[in-house]
Unconditional design. Structure first.
Length: 227
């Protein structure tokens, strides 16, 4: 039996996740018992009549998410001995997330996403916990929920049993080549035809064409030739 990847999402907006998860491969993985997702509303970790955010020390615009509710939420998570876990914080200040990162996260026991908002999270989070910061790209989003969804999707689809292995291994970034172009019916549409080799039934020729197209795409779009 495959081990279950547990994903904990710490967020001020848990309702953002349900529509996507329910209609995606992530939802199928949950239904199959391969992944478990728990949402933790950070307002539930606020004591008394306090807030989850506050004005920044030193002045400046916007609000900063407080460290104490986040710390309480993290500390309340189960932590079995020997558990392999990562605490992932989406942030534009982190390195760009890659397929290699997705692969490594997919092999863990627990994946914790801490979704920032407003001007960000109190910097002390990274001093108290071993966090991993990743960026979706060089642009700014309102919060960490969208990047967390992207990172979650990328990791979950690599969990054993979620996708057909042959399909998964043929995708872009599995090797150093981009995926080859794909076509389906109709064979001719508005004067643009499917490459003849794909209609030939010659599997060796089709495989050779796909390898060459992967190399061509990689050279044109990434500036590298690959192998």
């Amino acid at each position: 039996m495959n081990p279950v990847l547990t994903i904990d999402v710490l967020t001020l907006f848990p309702e953002v996740f349900a529509p996507f998860v329910g209609l995606s491969i992530v939802g199928r993985a949950v239904e199959a018992g391969l992944v478990r997702i728990e949402y933790h509303h950070l307002l539930d970790a606020v004591e008394g009549s306090g807030r989850a955010d506050d004005v920044p020390f030193g002045g400046g615009s916007g609000m900063v998410m407080r460290i104490d509710p986040i710390a309480r939420a993290i500390d309340a998570l189960p932590s079995p001995p020997g558990e392999r876990r990562a605490i992932v914080v989406p942030t534009p200040a982190g390195p760009q997330f890659t397929q290699a990162d997705a692969r490594r996260l997919s092999e863990l026991d627990r994946l914790v996403f801490v979704c920032g908002h407003y001007e960000g999270i109190d910097e002390r989070l990274g001093e108290i916990y071993a966090i991993e910061e990743y960026s979706l790209g060089d642009f700014i989003l309102t919060g960490g929920e969208i990047p967390a969804l992207a990172f979650m999707d990328a990791a979950v689809r690599l969990v054993d049993g979620v996708l057909d292995p042959a399909s998964r291994e043929a995708e872009s970034f599995t090797t150093d080549l981009l995926d080859y172009p794909c076509y389906t019916r109709p064979a001719l549409f508005r004067g643009v035809a499917v490459p003849e080799v794909l209609l030939s039934g010659n599997h060796a020729a089709i495989a050779a064409w796909r390898r060459e197209e992967s190399r061509r795409r990689t050279t044109e779009r990434r500036g590298t030739k690959g192998r």
